[in-house]
Ligand binder design. Sequence first.
Ligand code: NAD
Ligand code: IPM
Ligand code: MN
Length: 321
Amino acid sequence: MTHRVGVVGGDGIGPEVIAEGLKVIAAAGVELETTDYDLGGARYLRDGVVLPDEVVDEWRTLDALYLGAVGTPDVPPGLIERGLLLKMRFDLDLYINQRPFVGSSHEFVVIRENTEGTYAGEGGFLRKNTPQEIATQGSVNTRHGVERCVRYAFELAMTRRRHLTLVHKTNVLTFAGDLWERAFHEVAEEYPEVDTAYNHVDAACIYFVDDPQRYDVIVTDNLFGDILTDLGGAVSGGIGFASSANLHPGQVSMFEPVHGSAPDIVGTGRANPTAAVLSGALMLDHLGESEAADRIRAACANPDSLPGSTSEIGDLIAGRL
Ligand code: NAD
Ligand code: IPM
Ligand code: MN
C-alpha cells in the first residue's frame, strides 16, 4: 500500500534535511506517493503566496505531511511562521505536538499543546508608533483545548512508564495555570495507574539539564513546550536529533524536525538530517509502518559517531537499512 504524503521542504536547511529523510524512508522499503509543495519564504518573495486555503483543503485528503523548516531572514519575522506553519497546525487542528527525546541517561517525551496559548494570535496594538504605544499578546486557554491535550498525555503515559508531569507557571500565571491544573487533576482521576508530578517551567529547565531521568511524559502549554523542546534537544545529543509530530489523532498529521531553517549553516553541508529522518520515522508510525519506523530509529547514528556532511549522514543511515 502506498501512502500519499505532501512534502514541504521549505526554507534554509529544510530541503537539505528532507531529501535525506526521503532517502532513508525509501531505503527502509516504504513506498510514498509524494507531492511537493513549493511554499516558504522564497515562494513568498517570488509571488506573495504563503499558504492558500485550497492547498490546506487538498492536504486534508492526504495521509500525512512532511515538512523541513520555514522562515528566513529575508522576510519579516512571523509572516511565514504564522502564515504557513501555524496556519497548518491551526487549520488542520493538529492539537498535539509530540516531541520525543533520547539521551545517554534519559528517554522522555514532551506533549506540547499546539493550537492555543500565546500562539493563538490574541492581542494587538493601540496607538502604534506613538510614545504611548501599547502592545498586548494574550494567552488563550480553552477548557476543551487543554483537556484534550492532557487526556492525550495520560493515554500516552499508560503505554509507557505511567508517569506524567505537568509543566506550567501556576505561581504567576494564576488564570491559565489554574485552568491547566484543574483540568490535569480532573483527568488524572480517570487514570489512577498514572503517577503525576508538577514542575514550574523554570525549575523544569534545571531538571532537563541536571536530572532528566525523572521524566517519562511531560505535558505543557504551547510556548513553554516550544522553549523546553529546544532545551530537550540540546541535552539529548543536539538540536539536530530532535524530531516531532503534529497530530490530530485519526486525521492527516504533520511531521517535522524541532529545529528551524538554520540560515547560519544553509548550503554548508553541516545540517544534521537525523531530526528529519527521525521525524520521518514518526510519520511512518502514523502511516501504520511501525516496523520500518523502528528499523530507521535503530539505524540512526549516535551523536559521537556522525560522519561529515548532511548527505553522508543520510547515506550512512540509509546504508544500515
Ligand atoms: P534554528 O533551529 O533554525 O537554528 C538554531 C541553531 O541551531 C543555529 O545555530 C543552527 O545552525 C542550529 N541548527 C538547527 N538545526 C540544525 C541541524 N539540523 N543541524 C545542525 N545545526 C542545526 O533556529 P533560529 O535560528 O532561531 O531560526 C531560524 C529560522 O527558522 C527563523 O525564521 C525561525 O522562525 C524558523 N524556525 C522554523 C521552524 C520550523 O519550521 N519548524 C522551527 C524553528 C525555527
Ligand atoms: C517550532 C518552531 C515554531 C514554533 C515557530 C517557527 C513558529 O519554533 O516548531 O518549535 O514556535 O512552534
Ligand atoms: Mn521552536
